[in-house]
Design a protein around this ligand. Structure first.
Ligand code: PLP
Length: 452
């Protein structure tokens, strides 16, 4: 039971501030006051295991002291200067990034959120192709790329529908996904020949004027879709042959989440552009990155770059970025995510076998999802994108609420998945604790499932 103080604070928030991505009347926030490691604490002193790193963001856990100290030290020296002036901390952050990013990426543009990082990426492509008109961007249906004008349109999932009639951003073409559980072509891997990659070649040729393909190497909020192993290398080959930039959105799947520094490393793919945010500071400061290859870097030597903002390359964000990379390295967290991920995956498969409402368990590293279904044989989903936009309570939300009652936070994807993506510092015992709550909470969806 929430205290009166909790209810009062919640009501102040509800009546005076927006949450977004829901019907505001449905927002009943719990009030968090502090956090440490893998735990959050609410205003009544109740603790919650963070089983999803919030939206796959606090990869290093909450309130990492080395990062908060780095931010404080930087704040004592220099809190702000215009992006056109240089700072030593920005140079150090760039050098640190070079240690860990794919080596195809030569130059870095800093912004403040994932949406901005993707805005910057597509704006750079459109500027590069301004004269030859190849300004179309291919994206995928089962994707989320942000909430702003351009990125809302790049997004393929239900979140796009709410704004699409404004026609905010022309020239985005969506293609089907490497979503084997619900193959959009009705095919089966490996006999499919990875048709979901070939469709990109087909679309580039038939659309003409395509400048870039943007994709999440492992889809995040739309349900942790891991492509078959041939997919990304094939897409890289197709984009190269067609002279089209490949932008990988690693805002959620980057920073060790999949057991590699960046998800593309799982398949040895070198992108032309990489965007990231979230884990870049482990959520300690809003900072984001658009990294480009040297073709783009060279182009903007002599062509005007229409990208930058007041808070770009903010010194506190740069300090947080350096400290975060040092923390990933110090804790050997990337290798740890790979190892613990195997355990997590095995346990989730066991959970799947016990629950009729779990249709699929899939993931890589410490990035997993359970897709909930009404019927395992027909794969009929509990909910649709329309339910989500109409503000009906989704089955995954009921499961998440039950888990919150048991003191475990879990993030729900759009619209049928619960996403298990804990901080990379989590222990095996803490994973067991979170899975125990998930196992129990799934009884809620089991009750709504129709047995085979
Ligand atoms: C893959 C992906 N791209 C872009 C974004 C947008 O990032 P932000 O919320 O920082 O603007 C998100 C946010 O969850 C994301 O998961």
């Amino acid at each position: 039971m929430s205290s009166d103080l909790s209810k009062k604070t919640s009501e102040v928030l509800r009546s005076t501030t927006y949450a977004g991505f829901l019907l505001e009347k449905n927002w009943k926030p719990l009030i968090m006051v502090r956090a440490e490691g893998v735990y959050l604490e609410d205003i009544d002193g109740k603790k919650y295991l963070d089983f999803s790193s919030q939206p796959s963001c606090v990869n290093l856990g909450h309130n990492n002291r080395r990062i908060t100290s780095a931010i404080k030290d930087q704040a004592d020296k220099l809190t702000y200067c215009a992006v056109g002036l240089g700072t030593d901390v920005r140079a150090r952050c760039a050098e640190k990034l070079r240690e860990v990013l794919p080596d195809s990426l030569a130059k870095y543009c800093f912004t403040n959120s994932g949406s901005e990082a993707n805005e910057a990426a597509v704006k750079m492509v459109k500027t590069y192709h301004r004269k030859d008109g190849r300004t179309k961007i291919i994206s995928r249906y089962n994707s989320f790329h942000g909430w702003t004008g351009a990125t809302g349109q790049l997004t393929g999932n239900a979140r796009r529908f709410a704004t699409e009639t404004t026609g905010a951003y022309p020239g985005v073409v969506h293609v089907p996904d490497p979503y084997c559980y619900r193959c959009p072509f009705g095919l089966k891997y490996p006999d499919c020949g990875v048709a979901c990659a070939d469709i990109i070649d087909y679309t580039i040729k038939n659309e003409a004027n395509v400048g870039a393909v943007i994709l999440e190497p492992v889809t995040g909020a739309s349900g942790v879709v891991v492509p078959p192993k041939e997919y990304l290398p094939k897409v890289r080959e197709i984009t190269e042959k067609n002279n089209v930039f490949l932008i990988v959105d690693e805002i959620m799947c980057g920073w060790g989440r999949t057991g590699e520094w960046f998800a593309v490393n799982n398949w040895g793919v070198k992108p032309d552009m990489l965007t990231t945010a979230k884990g870049m500071s482990g959520g300690h400061f809003p900072v984001a990155l658009t990294a480009t290859n040297d073709t783009l870097a060279n182009f903007f030597e002599d062509n005007w770059l229409p990208v930058s903002g007041t808070f770009s390359a903010h010194p506190l964000g740069m300090a947080a970025g350096i400290a975060a990379i040092e923390e990933y390295q110090r804790g050997n967290l990337i290798a740890k995510a790979k190892e613990l991920g195997r355990y997590l995956g095995k346990r989730l498969e066991e959970i799947k076998s016990r629950h009729p409402s779990v249709g699929d368990a899939r993931g890589l590293g410490l990035f997993w999802a359970l897709e909930l279904v009404k019927n395992r044989r027909t794969k009929e989903p509990f909910n649709s994108g329309e339910d989500y936009l109409e503000g009906r309570t989704l089955t995954v939300q009921k499961v998440a609420r039950k888990m919150m009652e048991m003191g475990v936070y879990i993030y729900t994807g759009v619209v049928s998945t619960v996403i298990v993506s804990p901080p990379l510092i989590i222990t095996k015992e803490e994973i067991d604790h979170g899975l125990g709550a998930l196992d129990e909470a799934l009884k809620v969806s089991d009750q709504e499932a129709i047995p085979d």
